[in-house]
Ligand binder design. Structure first.
Ligand code: PEP
Ligand code: MG
Length: 927
């Protein structure tokens, strides 16, 4: 193989460094960097991710190609450690661990104590004077090797250990005597022979190659693939393999192994947080097999080691400029650092840590803004137990208490396996996954569940680490519960719960409650407001809200709305019986005079709402869209409903039925809707435009600045647009003139139909602004119904399915197809009307990757529902910063200027920029 495939570190020197994650994986790069920093790191070497990629393609020849290099580095390792592989007196033992460029906690394989065999185990016992330790290490190695390299079922390996413990009548692993461990080793070798038809390999070199290959293979293990899918990890070459000199946490009571975080990963508070398990090895902590000690206990029993660990904490965080997750081992009172990486954190902690690091001068505001994942913003709003629920009620419901590993609360029915959780969640059920302990194999079910509950494990167990990364409620170490996956029961406090029983988890306190406890929105942390304020300083894109009532408008302003991008006027007809009847009367009217009488009732209602909205928006622009949906959506389709409506309006039921029948269309989405309604019933346009302008004038007279923008939906032709503009202006100008005020307003169109996008240049002759209705534009471009595509579209989306689309195009803008129309329409529109105001108001306006695209193509604003405004604000800032080189030094003003210049240039060249999520349901019934 061309180039270097193996990199060494040890004896204070390292051939790689921290920035080489792509090639050496996160773990390997971290070990190199820590070695360079002079931290106590055992020596070792790293086989590159490129080798893994080659192994995936070629198989074993890729291993043969690095044989010499591995041998050379093994010899170097022997020299640095002063021990020899397979030495009968003082053998070198190594760990063989996976490690990709992106952290995938526990998803790939690890083998410890490699180098042990029937001879070296005796040498290790003699050399250390600790027979128990040597045989414990050997039984671990035999079990791991059999499980990882030869896929001997872990339950069968575990069962052998359980049987030994039963024979010696002990409970804990550490209580098994030497004879028990020796006996276990013999049984493990027999199991190995029985399962593989071969003897357990005694040659350490053969063991090493077996382990290296198994680690490479684990890159494509189901759990790893699922994790990458869920985390959207793509474009990585594979995993590196880290071969590292063993240090031992299982050498007795002054040894131990642990995981610590430089800050509390749940709250973000700057406190040292972690678990340590004395007389234990490697995976015991993360696997959550025993419930560990806190770091405070460590401080009490090993104060010197604790102080060293504190120093490592300080240095590593400063060096990495981020919160770190550190793995360590204490071997007979000596501290070794085995791994450091950016720690997974709850959404709340993500905000606090970023803000605190800025305050401490460690990172810049721009970096803090870039460090928040848009999902973290969403997850911050996940519910908590309603503080109004009486304590006595909670006490009566409490089933058990475990360790609150990830805060937030969730309710659901009990699912006992990951597969069951996935299946029931897919069918729309809210489930809580309950396991004795979770293992990385459960990752799919953990993701699908609302919350996770385990009987064993600590705050840093796999379950906790993985769930925390997702902001998913998780309680671990809940020892009072006894889940039985076979019987599908959960026994707790003498009660037996079954699959249909619901529980509520409070991940903040660790409490498990029977049934569904009321949940509410949590209070937002101060750091959230701080970071969003910083984000606002960086972004070029404006953010607006899609709202239809004065109340929601006021709420939107508190969430950061800088205007309203879409007020769907039909929604205003739904919130009272009076309004519903008025619109139904209008629809059922037999002729124009009857329709005008009905519209005259609607006029004051609309005017009042608009006035409230203008007041709430206090001078910010307000885009109001005229009536859009097919009229049949407003009328009852069942006999009883029609009879009731007939009575309310004084019309015979059969006349109602006839009119409803007349409104029926085979394809209502392609039917008499959008601006076609305004053209065929001009009186509707007239009423709505009048209501808007009269409200604007009234608001202005009360001293409120107003910026009305009247928007026509679903236009298909420039001539149609010209007529609409002319009619709109005729009404509006007359109202303004009569009031004797000066009141500028804009008339524009939505771009929701491919034809309108293509003819955008000609539309721009009369339309003063464009707003992309990407819900309809997606529906019309893909010819997929936004209401029904959910039945089959999931099959199209994602590598695990047909892989036709990477994402659901109704959630994340299809930049290849729909995006191309958007680009083209912007280019043609602005060519005809330079500087034309352009935005988006489809659901994509609140989806991070789509927002990035909108920024790149030079839109002026995105508009989305109020609760997604924070995501839009953050994503817009990140989009600006992504275009600003040297973001570390970016000032808000410079970042915006660079982004404006680049966006303009990109737009002029018509260049594709961003590649790019809540399926909008269109029907009013679900609106
Ligand atoms: C759209 O189509 O994107 C849009 C915003 O309009 P509606 O969702 O009301 O059809
Ligand atoms: Mg639409």
């Amino acid at each position: 193989m061309a180039g270097k495939s193996v990199y060494f570190f040890g004896g204070g020197r390292a051939e790689g460094h921290g920035a080489m994650k792509e090639l050496l994986g996160g773990k390997g790069a971290g070990l190199m960097e820590m070695t360079r920093l002079g931290l106590p790191v055992p020596a070792g070497f790293v086989i590159t991710t490129a080798t893994c990629a080659r192994y995936m393609k070629e198989g074993r020849p890729a291993l043969r190609a690095i044989d010499r290099e591995v041998r050379t580095h093994l010899a170097r390792l022997e020299k640095v450690t002063g021990r020899r592989f397979a030495d009968a007196d003082d053998p070198l033992l190594v760990s063989v661990r996976s490690g990709a460029a992106r952290s995938m906690p526990g998803m790939m394989e690890t083998i410890l104590n490699l180098g042990l065999n029937d001879r070296t185990v005796r040498g290790l016992a003699a050399k250390t004077g600790n027979e128990r330790f040597a045989w414990d290490a050997y039984r671990r190695f035999l079990g791991m090797y059999a499980g990882v390299v030869h896929e001997v079922p872990r339950e069968e390996i575990e069962a052998l250990f359980k049987a030994v413990k039963a024979r010696f009548k002990v409970k804990l692993d550490t209580e098994v005597p030497v004879e028990g461990l020796q006996d276990l080793c013999g049984r493990l070798k027999s199991l190995f022979r029985q399962k593989t038809g071969k003897e357990f390999p005694q040659d350490p070199t053969q063991q090493l190659w077996g382990a290296i290959e198994a680690v490479f293979r684990s890159w494509n293990a189901e759990k790893a693939v699922t994790y990458r899918r869920v985390e959207r990890i793509t474009g990585l070459a594979g995993t590196a393999v880290n071969v590292v000199q063993m240090v031992f946490g299982n050498k007795g009571d002054t040894s131990g192994t642990g995981v610590c975080f430089t800050r509390d990963p749940n709250s973000g508070a700057p406190v040292f947080y972690g678990d340590v398990l004395m007389n234990a090895q490697g995976e015991d902590v993360v696997a959550g097999i025993r419930t560990p000690l806190t770091l405070d206990r460590l401080k009490a029993i090993q104060p010197v080691v604790y102080r060293q660990l504190e120093e490592v904490r300080r240095r590593l965080e400063r060096h990495a400029r981020d919160m770190q997750d550190i793995e360590f081992t204490i071997e007979e009172g000596t501290l070794y650092i085995l791994q450091t990486r950016a720690g997974k954190r709850s959404p709340r902690a993500a905000f606090r840590i970023a803000a605190d690091l800025v305050r401490d001068g460690v990172i810049t505001r721009a970096e803090a803004v870039q460090r928040i994942a848009p999902e973290d913003v969403e997850r911050l709003f996940y519910p908590v137990v309603d503080p109004k629920v009486p304590a006595a009620d909670l006490a009566a419901r409490r089933l058990a208490t475990g360790i609150g590993a990830v805060p937030g609360a969730a309710s659901g029915a009990l699912a006992f396996t990951a597969a069951e959780a996935e299946e029931r969640a897919k069918a729309g059920e809210a489930v809580i996954l309950v396991r004795h302990e979770t293992s990385p194999e459960d990752v799919g079910g953990m993701h699908a569940a609302q919350g996770i509950l385990t009987a064993t494990g600590g705050k840093t167990s796999h379950a906790a680490v993985v769930a925390r990364g997702w902001g998913k409620t998780c309680i671990v170490g809940c020892e009072a519960i006894d889940p039985d996956a076979g019987a599908r029961t959960l026994t707790v406090g003498g009660k037996v719960l079954r699959p249909n029983d619901k529980v509520t988890l409070d991940g903040s306190t660790g409490a498990v409650y029977a049934g569904e406890v009321p949940l509410v929105q949590p209070e937002l942390p101060d750091a959230y407001h701080t970071i969003l304020r910083w984000a606002d300083g960086f972004r070029r894109l404006r953010v607006r809200a899609n709202v239809d009532t004065p109340y929601d408008a006021a709420k939107a302003v508190t969430m950061g709305a800088e205007g309203i991008g879409l007020c769907r006027t039909e929604h205003m007809f739904f919130d009272s019986e009076e309004r519903r009847l008025a619109i139904q009367e209008m629809i059922l009217a037999a002729d124009r005079p009857a329709r005008e009488r009905a519209l005259a009732k609607l006029l004051p209602l609309q005017r009042k709402d608009f006035e409230g909205i203008f007041a709430a928006m206090a001078g910010r622009p307000v885009t109001i869209r005229l009536l859009d949906p097919p009229l049949h959506e407003f009328v009852p389709h069942d006999e009883e409903g029609q009879a009731r409506l007939g009575r309310a309006l004084g019309i015979p039921a059969d006349a109602v039925a006839r009119r409803v029948e007349q409104l029926r269309e085979a394809n209502p989405m392609l039917g008499h809707r959008g601006c076609r309604l305004a053209l065929t019933y001009p009186e509707i346009l007239e009423m709505q435009v009048r209501a808007i302008l009269e409200a604007a004038i009234a608001a202005k007279k009360k001293g409120t600045k107003v910026q009305p923008e009247i928007m026509h939906p679903l236009t298909i032709d420039p001539r149609e647009m010209a007529i609409l503009v002319e009619r709109t202006r005729a009404v509006a100008d007359a109202v303004v003139k009569k009031a004797g005020v000066r009141l500028p307003y804009l008339v524009g169109t939505m771009i929701e139909v491919p034809r309108a996008a293509l003819l955008a240049g000609r539309f721009a002759a009369t339309a003063e602004f464009f707003s992309f209705g990407t819900n309809d534009l997606t529906q019309m471009t893909l010819a997929l119904s936004r209401d029904d595509a959910g039945r089959f579209l999931p099959q199209y989306v994602g590598e695990e399915n047909l892989g036709i689309f990477a994402d659901d195009p109704f959630q994340t803008l299809d930049t290849d197809g729909v995006g191309e129309l958007v680009r083209l329409a912007i280019e043609r529109g602005r060519a005809a009307r330079p500087g034309m105001k352009i935005g988006v108001c489809g659901e994509h306006g609140g989806e991070a990757r789509s927002v990035r695209f909108c920024d790149a193509v030079g839109m002026d604003y995105v508009s989305c529902s109020p609760y997604r405004l924070p995501i839009a604000r953050l994503a817009a800032a990140q989009a600006t910063l992504a275009q600003t080189s040297g973001a570390k030094r970016a000032s808000p003003r410079r970042a915006r200027a660079v982004a404006r210049a680049r966006t303009g240039a990109a737009h002029r060249r018509g260049r594709a920029a961003a590649r790019t999520a809540d399926a909008p349901r269109r029907s009013l019934a679900s609106a």
